[in-house]
Ligand binder design. Structure first.
Ligand code: DGL
Length: 267
């Protein structure tokens, strides 16, 4: 029997609390591993950042995180970060394995029947060359509408902390995802291309003008991470708590409570 504490932890990274949607799936598949959840809340939201500055910030942050925590793999549970800096992270830290999050455009293109797909993301993800390349490579036969939402990541943070978020405000962000063409063809898939958004999927479903499939890539990301993390026969989860790091150094009360609910101590 191997004590899980002898195993290196899995680091899950996001700008805020959206990466928890990935962490909860990853834990199911890697019960023997400890987890470190890192939220760059001092930089949140990433959606509106200028690209070069955000790149520098994330590379600098990872130099410190890798030195201090020596994880087995890093899961970048953030589309806005990974579509910008995924390749740079791999180049800067060639001995580390990075599992990324990118808009699920390929599965959406394979599944759509109407040929009308929308990608709901941050303004940053929508303007990335990476996102355009995904459409070019995998969705040429579809009509893909990119919807960059200014406010939804913040709203999702408020929502998951139990603060009120009005239906009108949510509808104003998601409404553009729904298109009708030639009278009968309608959007049938919306890709949730920001890890914050699955927290609000129930609200989106309730407010949608017609039913669509909402694609949440969390489980697929977790499966990919599992493939990269060696299975150790007989290993058990370490006794020590999983923990979270907030770059502000000072998460508010409701965030601390949320972390507790996810079984994460504040590091
Ligand atoms: N959760 C992040 C993503 O998947 C972005 C949230 C933000 O910082 O704007 O893109």
């Amino acid at each position: 029997m191997t004590a899980g504490s002898e195993l290196k932890p899995v680091l899950v990274f996001d700008s805020g609390i959206g990466g928890l949607t990935v962490l909860r799936e990853a834990r199911v598949l890697m019960p023997e591993r400890g987890f470190i959840y890192v939220a760059d809340d001092a930089g949140f939201p990433y959606g509106g950042w200028e690209e070069a500055a955000l790149k520098d910030r994330i590379i600098t942050l990872f130099a410190r995180l890798l030195r201090d925590h020596d994880p087995e793999v890093c899961v970048i549970a953030c589309n806005t970060a990974f579509t910008l800096v995924g390749a740079d992270l791999r180049a800067a830290f060639p001995h580390m394995t990075f599992v990324g999050t990118v808009p699920a455009i390929k599965p959406a293109a394979e599944r759509t029947r109407s040929g009308l797909v929308s990608v709901l993301a941050t303004p940053g993800t929508v303007k990335r060359a990476y996102t355009r390349d995904l459409i070019e490579s995998f969705a040429q036969k579809c009509h893909v509408r990119l919807v960059g939402s200014e406010n939804l990541a913040r709203m999702a943070e408020a929502y998951i902390r139990g603060e009120p978020v009005s239906d009108e405000a949510v509808l104003a962000e998601i409404g553009q995802c729904f298109i009708e063409k030639e009278g009968s063809r309608k959007t049938d898939i919306v890709v949730l291309a920001c890890t914050h958004y699955p927290f609000m999927a129930n609200v989106f479903r309730r407010l949608a003008p017609w039913p669509v499939d909402w694609i949440d890539p969390a489980e697929a990301i977790a499966r990919q991470a599992r493939r990269k993390v060696p299975l150790v026969e007989g290993a058990e989860h370490p006794d020590a708590f999983d923990f979270s790091i907030f770059t502000s150094g000072n998460p508010d009360f409701s965030t601390r409570r949320l972390m507790q609910g996810f079984g994460l101590a504040i590091g």
